[in-house]
Design a binder for this molecule. Structure first.
Ligand code: C2E
Ligand code: MG
Ligand code: MG
Ligand code: MG
Length: 279
């Protein structure tokens, strides 16, 4: 609710809020159609080994191609989808689509190692989540080792018992678990280790500061060191410059991802990238 600052201001605040809500409603309806009308698409961004420069994986990132509006990024529509059940059907679409894509790549001789898929809290907590992944894998006749799941720290601290159980089941079948945007939440290493997390992805905000801010540099170095001592892998997100890459190399960060190597690109363009790097 608005603070009691006087009737006029209250009115303006209230009105703009409802306008925002209207826009959100419209967007949600359009998004509902998007799922049915094939307007969703996936871009792929390579994850590289810091020392060898080889591809060690790839992250699938959702895009919405809305006719008349062009390409819309997930930050615009994922939060809205999360407020409704739409995130569940979108999530299922993503898993089906990624599995089919990997199968096609394997079939055509591309070695993509592992594809990392972002999963929202609501998806992760939904009862049929594991079942829907198994279904998507089965449809594509794909071994689970090709899939990695990215969740955030907020997801793992929400329903601890459920999370531990689900992570164990996912890992038992060969799916890896990464903590996305690491450093922005409240989890600790002890916790992550006990939960069986395979990897942390250090948030872009840390990487951006490493070459400017000596404190951020020290924190990043320490995170990497601690993770490795616990046998947790580390990917640095949002690597844009050679300077950042060099710092991460020095700090023994094993994997990096960012515009320095490639932006997220459509599958055909990603294949070109693969051709240059491993064939
Ligand atoms: P994320 O999982 O942390 O993904 C990384 C984001 O950073 C992506 O934004 C990517 O394009 C961007 N990025 C990568 N390298 C760089 C860089 O060097 N510099 C900068 N400035 N940015 C870089 P994008 O694609 O807009 O995705 C935003 C977020 O949307 C993702 O953050 C993820 O949380 C969510 N998301 C994306 N796809 C899905 C999906 O299929 N399902 C769900 N539930 N969430 C998704
Ligand atoms: Mg991610
Ligand atoms: Mg991230
Ligand atoms: Mg994220």
């Amino acid at each position: 609710a608005a603070k009691g600052k006087g009737g006029n201001q209250y009115y303006i605040y209230d009105k703009s809020l409802s306008e925002k809500q209207m826009e959100a409603l419209i967007l949600i309806n359009q998004l509902r159609n998007a799922v049915d009308h094939d307007e969703l698409t996936l871009f792929y961004q390579p994850i590289m080994n810091t020392s060898t420069g080889n591809i060690v994986g790839v992250e699938a990132l959702l895009r919405w191609y809305q006719p008349g509006h062009g390409m819309i990024g997930p930050n615009t529509f994922i939060p809205l989808a999360e407020e409704t059940d739409l995130i569940i059907s979108i999530g299922k679409w993503v898993f089906r689509n990624v599995c089919a894509q990997i199968k096609d790549w394997i079939h055509r001789g591309y070695d993509v190692k592992r594809v990392y898929i972002n999963v929202s809290a609501k998806q992760f907590q939904e009862k049929g989540f594991l079942e829907s992944i198994l279904q998507a894998l089965k449809e594509a006749e794909l071994p689970p080792k090709y899939i990695g799941i990215e969740i955030t720290e907020t997801v793992i601290i929400q329903d601890i018992d459920h999370t531990i159980e689900l992570i164990k089941k996912l890992k038992d079948i060969g799916i890896s678990i990464s903590i996305d945007d690491f450093g922005t939440g409240y989890s600790n290493f002890n916790y992550l280790k006990e939960m069986g997390v395979d990897e942390i992805k250090i948030d872009r905000s840390f990487i951006a500061e490493t070459t400017k801010n000596s404190k951020k540099r020290a924190i990043t170095k320490t995170i990497i060191l601690l993770a490795h001592q616990l046998d947790i892998a580390v990917t640095a997100e949002g690597v844009e410059t050679k300077e950042q890459l060099e710092f991460l190399r020095e700090s023994s960060c094993s994997k990096i991802q960012g515009f320095y190597y490639s932006r997220p690109v459509p599958p055909e363009e990603f294949e070109k990238f693969l051709n240059h790097h491993i064939r």
